[in-house]
Design a protein around this ligand. Structure first.
Ligand code: PEP
Ligand code: MN
Length: 255
């Protein structure tokens, strides 16, 4: 069974999803997979939703080809953000889970189209969505239901500007206590600061979250997007070792 399917059908496993913010080249992804020892589900951007129209927007079809080729060499699960229903057709053959980004949580037409694909969806929380609005968005993907919708807490906008966002750990605990959905935490966008990523991964595990989504790049200083929050694959491997030590104390197993 693939890592992702194992995760979706289990209650105690904790999933690590990681990868560069954006796919930049074949070499970059091949190098990342090798350095991170294929230990996680790969998440890397094909289409990027950038706040600034002149920022790097992703390689699009070229990135899809890169993933197709790498999967042929050695299979892995692939998650990427879909920003428009028109991308579904070309993404479908290579994707294992669609990511809906914070900017699209309210894009109900996109959610309705994803509901028809039958593939799992990682639904990020919008910057200022309440938990109730976030859960309402799940209603547009009723056919996927609790088995195939994974919620992702990625930080919200508050009066605090020291960090990029404020990671709302309350939402994670609340959701785990009151709803059936799996919840994962994105400490990279949640803080925007690479040194905060490892501690927040531990917080995620002990808070009862079901996994983490971490941005990691083989050469973060050269990244074309989000370079301040991406950690190296070696740091990612260290996070896995640290989480493995804690996992048994809280009845979890790191996938
Ligand atoms: C991302 O995951 O790369 C991303 C753009 O995140 P968000 O939608 O949470 O801003
Ligand atoms: Mn990013």
């Amino acid at each position: 069974m693939s890592k992702l399917n194992e995760f979706l059908s289990s209650k105690s496993q904790f999933l690590m999803i990681a990868g560069p913010c954006a796919i930049e080249s074949h070499e970059q992804i091949a190098s990342f997979l090798e350095l991170a020892k294929d230990q996680m589900v790969l998440r890397a951007g094909v289409y990027k939703m950038r706040t600034n129209a002149t920022s790097f927007q992703g390689l699009g079809n070229e990135a899809i080809e890169i993933i197709r080729n790498l999967k042929q060499v050695k299979p892995f699960d692939f998650v990427t953000e879909v920003t428009d229903p028109r991308q579904i057709e070309s993404l479908h053959p290579v994707i294992d889970m669609y990511q809906v980004g914070a900017r699209n949580m309210y894009n109900y037409d996109l959610l309705k189209e994803l509901n028809k694909t039958g593939k799992p969806v990682l639904l990020k929380r919008a910057f200022s969505a309440t938990v109730s609005e976030w859960l309402n968005a799940c209603g547009y993907m009723q056919d996927l239901g609790e088995d195939k919708i994974v919620l992702c807490e990625r930080g919200i906008r508050t009066f605090e500007t020291t960090t990029r966002n404020t990671l709302d750990i309350n939402s994670v605990i609340y959701l785990k206590q009151n709803h059936p959905f799996k919840v994962i935490v994105d400490p990279s966008h949640g803080s925007g600061i690479k040194s905060m990523v490892a501690p927040l991964c531990k917080v995620a595990l002990v808070s009862g979250a079901d996994g983490i989504l971490v941005e990691s790049h083989p050469t973060p200083e050269m990244a074309l997007s989000d370079k301040h929050q991406q950690i190296t694959p070696s740091e990612l491997n260290d996070i896995r070792s640290e989480l493995t030590k804690i996992a048994s104390l809280v009845g979890r197993e790191i996938l």
